[in-house]
Design a protein around this ligand. Structure first.
Ligand code: GLN
Ligand code: ZN
Length: 765
């Protein structure tokens, strides 16, 4: 009979219990024993919830104190030497995740180790800790977490399918340690025996099945990867429980061929991202393999279309028989919040459209039931689902003809500035009269405790809007005065009125709604609560004009307006699934365009549109890049080109590895681009030179992620290095990102040093 499975459940708990527990442990407020007990309770609650929801195959070892890739590194003994001398396994584990600084005393040595690198998990907003390998890497089964958690579930009467990051993905997601040149995949031969050991122990413990996650299979891979898989899995299956290889976030493409030739028991496909792959897989699936169908979206928060999912599952059942079919979410539910149950304040109409993880479990169970015993057995549930979908589709809250019309009638003129850059540059110079090496900041100034307190007082009603307004005015005054004092050329208002660069705009746009408790893990104990874009997006009133105009009234120097770009708003939200992302991006772009035009009308001469997320939106397969970059850059252009030539448009990106998307960066045609550069080498600047980039550039001259104050000399050296690649007339001097996480004393000192650096270069120019 067809069965239902989950690939992973969110770890944090209904009320972010895990976050609170782990942070309390770090702060020394709970003991290790309390941490262990609390986590055990949480795991038990999540297993029971899945069982009670009717899920047949329940995952274990999906729990993690910090990150599942870090777990794998710890389990397989991939612990760089600098972490090996710490006091306990848990201490080294957290040190690898977040670094550790501890003063020494007579008994213990002082410790000061940095965290390992963190990277985005495919195209999600989850970040994993990058494993570090060396040429003489030794592997060992350093802990028994997967077995312990399997037995822990068994002890409370729940049979589980342990989830383990597969050996190929584990290696490919890692990197060579600094100074080492090993290609991690070369270590496969040494790693496989340790996986073998773990899998055979799981088998001895009673596990009948395991889920080995190999998401790297949906990326472009060299042909040699096929041999790596063949080698590893032919060995592993010998002593292992039945192996299901899980792939997600995309399509397998040609990898299907060798995967279906492996002696594994089954394959999981993401049919939400890549529904078209079902047919081709059904054609080649050998008789000994089962197929797990990812038909419920593990990455988004909308109710599934159950009848459509049932149709898909039935198709597979007809082709290969019900015993070989499993109904599952597209990927682990790690990327959706816990449950809609705690959304007590949300608009009821919209709440009716949503399914978080707990609700998705019911959807899976219903699909399975409908396929196994016929739709009549779950008729009421199916009808309720169909009704809800119909209500959503017809809702007046979603569809607004005037917004759609605008997007459907984008003219070529709306995608370009009136004149080419050299002409704009001249007009802007005449208007702004900036010196050479102009100085500016990326936008935010310190979000101090007082600023956050004022916001929370406003929320709780302890401050009237007028009181809050007065408070923010005071902050803006201080900020503007300081910048004038420090001799900065293009000022900002400081963004004190904003909670978060995406949420702030979402709260002011139509078509958005906010959850109370829709948290998803971003990294370690950090969770984010993305806005939900449910309907057509527009801007009904100016959002930032008030504060920008106020700030401009305090100074004769040019004030820079600060906005978040359409792609960043899109990337960091839960996006509606009833229209292409491109359409939503264009709607956001128009909303921002309206704001840009209003800022210009209000006398703001410089406007920055931040797009830190444009690169992370890149599709996972190269073949899909061009299509994405086409509409993503168009959306940026749509948002930024409504102004006159004299108005200077800036953009900002918090990364610098855009060698491979350079033509798109060029096409954005921002008058000034500020980028993160302080950490990276000068390869990037080389690229600007090579691609003959003509517009102005502000490569960050210091790293704002650390409280350290950079000296005048070190920033001078950076600028001097930049000038080897970039013409004098194009270079701006600025920090590499916003200053909101910093404190005032270090910001003041750093920026005073920074303007001194600019002055010293002007003197030479
Ligand atoms: N303007 C934003 C700030 O300064 C930019 C933040 C970002 O790049 N992530 O905070
Ligand atoms: Zn940034």
């Amino acid at each position: 009979m067809v069965s239902s499975a989950n690939l992973g459940f969110p770890r944090m708990g209904a009320n972010r219990e895990l976050k609170k527990l782990v942070e309390a442990y770090w702060a020394g407020k709970v003991t290790e024993q309390e941490l262990q007990q609390g986590s055990k309770d949480l795991r038990a609650a999540h297993w029971k919830l899945q069982k009670d929801s009717g899920i047949d195959i329940i995952p274990s070892n999906d729990f993690s104190f910090y990150d599942h890739v870090l777990d794998a590194a710890h389990t397989f003994g991939v612990i760089p030497s600098k972490y090996q001398h710490l006091q306990s396994g848990l201490e080294s584990y957290f040190a690898m995740g977040r670094g550790l600084q501890r003063a020494g005393d007579a008994n213990v040595q002082a410790v000061d180790v940095p965290a390992q690198e963190m990277k985005k998990w495919f195209d999600t907003n989850y970040h994993y800790i990058v494993p570090e390998f060396t040429s003489n890497q030794q592997f060992s089964l350093a802990n028994s977490k997967p077995i312990d958690e399997y037995l822990e579930a068994k002890a409370i009467g729940i049979e589980t399918r342990p989830v383990i990051l597969g050996p190929i993905s584990f290696l490919l997601l890692g990197k060579a340690a600094k100074g080492d040149s090993v290609q991690p995949i070369q270590l496969l031969e040494k790693l496989v025996p340790v996986y073998e050991q773990l899998l055979s122990k799981l088998k001895q413990a009673g596990a009948s099945d395991v889920q080995l996650d190999e998401p790297v299979l949906i990326l472009d891979q060299p042909a040699s990867i096929k041999d790596a898989f063949k080698h590893a899995y032919e060995v592993l299956v010998k002593s292992s429980p039945r192996i299901l290889v899980a792939t997600y976030f995309g399509r397998l493409d040609s990898n299907v061929e060798f995967l279906t030739q492996l002696p594994i028991h089954g394959i999981h496909l993401d049919l939400v991202r890549a529904p078209e792959q079902l047919d081709s897989v059904l054609k080649v699936l050998p008789a000994h393999q089962t197929l797990s169908l990812g038909v419920i979206n593990g990455r988004n928060i909308w109710k599934a279309n159950l009848s459509k999912a049932i149709e898909t599952v039935n198709k597979a059942v007809q082709a290969i028989g019900s015993d070989r079919v499993i109904v599952a979410p597209s990927c682990s539910m790690l990327h959706t919040p816990h449950s809609t149950e705690s959304e007590t304040k949300m608009d009821q109409e919209i709440l009716d459209w949503l399914a978080f993880s707990a609700e998705k479990l019911h959807e899976l169970a219903t699909i399975k039931e409908a396929v196994a015993t016929g739709p009549a057995s779950v008729q009421v549930k199916l009808q309720a689902n169909a009704d809800s979908l119909a209500r959503r589709a017809a809702s007046k809250r979603i569809h607004r003809q005037e917004v759609k019309d605008r997007v459907n009638n984008i003219s070529p003129d709306q995608l370009k500035r009136r004149s080419p850059f050299p002409e704009r540059q001249k007009l802007q110079q005449e208007k702004l009269k900036l010196p050479k090496f102009p100085t500016t900041t990326v936008g935010s100034f310190p979000q101090t405790r007082e600023v956050r307190l004022a916001r929370s007082k406003l929320k709780k009603g302890e401050y009237t809007p007028e009181q809050y307004d007065e408070f923010i005015k005071g902050e803006v005054q201080k900020c503007v005065k300081f910048q004038e004092d420090a001799n900065i050329d293009v000022l900002v208002h400081g963004e004190f009125e904003r909670n978060d660069m995406v949420e702030f705009f979402g709260e002011n746009f139509e078509g958005h709604v906010f959850t109370q408790n829709g948290w998803v893990q971003s990294y370690g104990s950090r969770c984010v609560k993305p806005p939900v874009i449910f309907g057509d997006v527009s801007r009904s009133r100016p959002i930032t004009v008030y504060w920008s105009q106020y700030a401009q009234s305090l100074t004769k120097k040019p004030m820079k307006g600060m906005l978040t770009g359409p792609i960043t708003c899109l990337q960091w939200s839960f996006v509606r699934d009833d229209q292409p992302r491109k359409d939503t991006a264009n709607q956001l772009a128009f909303a921002i365009r309206d704001e840009v035009v209003d800022l210009e009308k209000a006398g703001i001469p410089v406007i920055q549109i931040d797009e830190p997320a444009i690169r992370e939106g890149l599709p996972l397969r190269r073949a899909d890049w061009d299509a994405y970059l086409q509409w993503a850059v168009d959306a940026f252009l749509l948002s930024s080109t409504g102004v006159h030539d004299q108005t200077q448009i800036h953009t900002h990106m918090c990364y610098s590895d855009f060698n491979d998307i350079f033509p798109s960066i060029k096409r954005m045609d921002a008058d000034v681009i500020t980028i993160e550069n302080s950490k990276s080498d000068l390869k990037l600047l080389n690229a600007f030179e090579q691609h003959s980039y003509t517009n102005e550039i502000g490569p960050g001259v210091y790293d704002i992620h650390s409280p350290r104050v950079p000296s005048v000399q070190e920033m001078q050296e950076r600028v001097a290095a930049m000038l080897k690649y970039l013409p004098t007339g194009l270079v701006w001097v600025n920090p590499d990102c916003g200053l909101k996480t910093r404190g005032w004393p270090e910001v003041e000192q750093a920026l005073r040093n920074l303007t001194q650096v600019a002055q010293s270069f002007r003197a030479q120019a």
